[in-house]
Design a protein around this ligand. Structure first.
Ligand code: UDP
Ligand code: MG
Length: 317
């Protein structure tokens, strides 16, 4: 019986994956139970898969899942949870920005009875100013927008208990924002603090486009506030419009100041059209996600994978 599962989502991680394996191995060897290193290859275009195969042949604790294409970080984590068999499950990035040595501390907290131990970044090393600023703003915006208590500056680096994992597995929503879901399920949670390291090699796999999508997923999955704000803004603008209409009517009926006004007219049209389009866009974000949800497609498709079977031989998933 495996006691600890470590889930490592990897997208184009050929430059880092051997080192990640080595560091994780060193840490997990010193724990008090059997463990598995479950890599999820999220449709990498480089040699990641070959390296994983090689590691899996050499080392029985290494298992992997191989997606048919790139499904995204959050989905990769989910697949890892689906297949993890440990009593405690650790999720960690592949690029060694999350130091594996913290797992000791997480396990310690888990043994004290905490069911979720998340790692809170008090510092980020070697990131661009842009990334730091956008991340800082994102976590605060998310906090303001949602009703559940999603911890600030916390990524997916965490340990979860089997019970929590089972709950997460049962939630099959598509626009997944795993750290929000973990907060949502509750249980006894605690934080440990750490300084986020520099990327071991390679570059971010979260370009701006993915980052934006990810933040929209986070907000729309846990909040209707953008919709509420749209209707609030609608009410406010209608209110001021009525006042303005009365002013215009007064000018028309009781003065002769009505000939000019082309500029104000155009400004009003442009402004209100802009606002309306933004509101439609907000509604669109939700409708798009509803559409994704009702199609009921599987969250991911596995091409293949490799695990340790019952007689301890390696068998495909
Ligand atoms: N990742 C993934 N699929 C993707 C993008 C990223 O599985 O489409 C993985 C990546 O391999 C890494 C983790 O998600 O383990 C976080 O990505 P990265 O470290 O590039 O993000 P950043 O450091 O910029 O936050
Ligand atoms: Mg990283």
């Amino acid at each position: 019986m495996v006691k600890y599962s470590v889930i490592i989502p990897v997208y184009n991680g050929a430059l880092v994956i051997r080192e990640t394996y080595k560091r994780l191995k060193r840490v997990m060897e010193q724990t008090d139970g059997l463990y598995e290193l479950l890599f999820v290859n999220d449709g990498s275009e480089d040699e990641t898969l070959d390296i994983l195969k090689e590691l899996a042949v050499r080392d029985d604790t290494v298992k992997y899942l191989n997606f048919s294409r790139n499904f995204g970080h959050q989905i990769a984590i989910t697949a890892g949870m689906d297949y993890a068999s440990g009593k405690a499950i650790v999720i960690i990035d592949a690029d060694l920005q999350d130091p594996p040595e913290l797992i000791f501390e997480m396990i310690q907290k888990w043994k004290e009875g905490y069911e979720v131990v998340y790692a809170k970044r008090i510092k980020r090393k070697g990131e661009t100013v842009f990334k730091k600023v956008t991340a800082y703003l994102f976590y605060r915006l998310l906090r303001a927008a949602t009703e559940i208590d999603i911890p600030l500056d916390t990524g997916d680096f965490r340990l979860i208990d089997r019970k929590v994992c089972d709950q997460l597995i049962s939630m099959r929503e598509r626009s997944r924002f795993v750290r929000g879901l973990v907060s949502w399920v509750g249980f006894k949670q605690t934080a440990i603090e750490y300084e986020r390291d520099e990327r071991f090699a390679g570059e971010t796999k979260y370009p701006l486009k993915k980052m934006l999508r990810f933040s929209m997923d986070g907000i729309t999955s846990f909040s209707y506030k953008p919709l509420k704000m749209a209707s609030l803004l609608g009410f406010l603008l209608s209110f001021f419009s009525v006042i303005w209409m009365m002013v215009v009517l007064y000018l028309k009926l009781f003065t002769n100041l009505t000939v000019t006004g082309w500029s104000s007219l155009l400004m009003a049209i442009l402004f209100f059209n802009g606002v309306v389009l933004i509101m439609l866009g907000i509604i669109g974000e939700y409708i798009g996600r509803i559409y994704d949800e009702v199609k009921h497609r599987p969250l991911y498709i596995l091409k293949d994978g490799w695990r340790v079977g019952q007689k301890n031989e390696k068998v495909p998933y």
